[in-house]
Write a new protein. Structure first.
Length: 345
């Protein structure tokens, strides 16, 4: 769990002097952001435990340590704005409003899951919340986001699409094709690269010719922004400015959230490519939830009792979600081909 940092509350007075998120969002919105960040963390830990106990099959890619990137990116979005996600997308789904009961049911391969147990960890989708789907293909969600943004522009509905992807995807051809097309047509899309330092076991320094992924924005005539991906306020400010630009019709933005995944690439990762000291530094000194919680306390938005209440509520939600998944029915074999073809056979 998160190690709380000791802080002394301040008399904030005029909120205009505070960092972006703390002068922009209401206390209730900020508390809900903390709630969702805790929910993401505990969901990932619950999924990891369930996998270890043999309740989840296959593999999974956990986003522990990247909660501020997911929540900060979704905080400025409207309910009808859209996202596309990645194989490490559980946090994005929760930040955009997914039901953790249905997510766990999907992980457990149950009929009550988002994809009726067919998609598993890497393919959560909830179109009703604007979540167009996670994607097991590296960079696979980027062109989908551009297509959704083209649709939004043609319909003139004011919607914006946020496309999440990892640093490994910035060397995929689809990344470059999508950014070029989005810029040429000035589409309302925000490209959010979650640079956690490694594509599987290869560091970004070894795989990418530029120092920063955001440097590639200049080749496509769009702004490139680098932020601390473990700082919710910085992420929210960058995405807010990018979505405003997109809604004005000025086109896309590439944002690079510098972050870190505490767990390995997947459950089969033995972490031989990085040191224990590196992991502990990010876990102990750069934890996004601990820092956001400390800022909330320092600026007088929350107290210890409220934090404990949020943690208790999250524990209850996760326990109920896992129990729901356990007790949900498995898919009926007679429906094996349902949703595979246009017509059932």
């Amino acid at each position: 769990m998160v190690q709380a940092k000791k802080v002394e509350p301040q008399d904030t007075g005029d909120r205009h002097n505070l960092p972006y998120a703390f002068r922009t969002y209401s206390p209730d919105q900020l508390k809900e952001a903390l709630h969702k960040m805790y929910l993401i963390r505990r969901f990932e830990e619950g999924a990891e435990e369930s996998y270890t106990r043999g309740l989840i099959h296959g593999t999974m890619h956990l986003s522990i340590g990247q909660e501020a990137s997911a929540m900060g990116s979704c905080l400025p979005l409207n309910d009808d704005d859209m996202i596309t996600s990645t194989h490490r997308g559980h946090g994005h789904c929760i930040a955009k409003g997914a039901d953790v009961k249905r997510m766990f049911a999907e992980f457990f391969g149950k009929e009550t899951g988002y994809c009726k147990g067919r998609g598993g960890s890497m393919h959560i989708a909830d179109v009703s919340k604007g979540n167009l789907g996670a994607n097991g293909i590296v960079g696979g969600g980027i062109p989908i986001a551009v297509g959704a943004a083209l649709s939004a522009k043609k319909q003139k509905n004011g919607k914006v699409v946020v496309s999440f992807f990892g640093d490994g995807a910035n060397n995929e051809g689809a990344f470059h094709e999508a950014l070029n097309m989005a810029s040429v047509w000035k589409l309302p899309v925000v490209f959010v690269c979650e640079n956690n330092g490694y594509g599987m076991s290869t560091s970004t320094r070894r795989s990418t010719a530029v120092a920063n992924v955001a440097d590639r924005a200049s080749a496509y005539n769009m702004p490139g922004v680098i932020v601390d991906g473990n700082n919710l306020s910085e992420v929210a400010e960058a995405v807010s400015e990018a979505t405003e630009r997109a809604r004005r019709g000025d086109g896309p933005t590439l944002i690079e959230n510098k972050t870190y995944r505490i767990r390995g690439h997947s459950k089969s990762d033995r972490n031989r490519y990085r040191t224990k000291e590196e992991i502990e530094h990010w876990q102990n000194d750069r934890d996004p939830i601990a820092h956001f919680e400390a800022d909330l306390k320092a600026y007088g938005f929350i107290n210890d009792a409220e934090i404990e209440a949020i943690r208790a509520e999250v524990e209850k939600e996760i326990a109920e979600a896992i129990e729901f998944a356990k007790n949900s029915p498995a898919p009926d074999l007679t429906n094996l081909t349902r949703d595979v073809y246009t017509d059932d056979i």
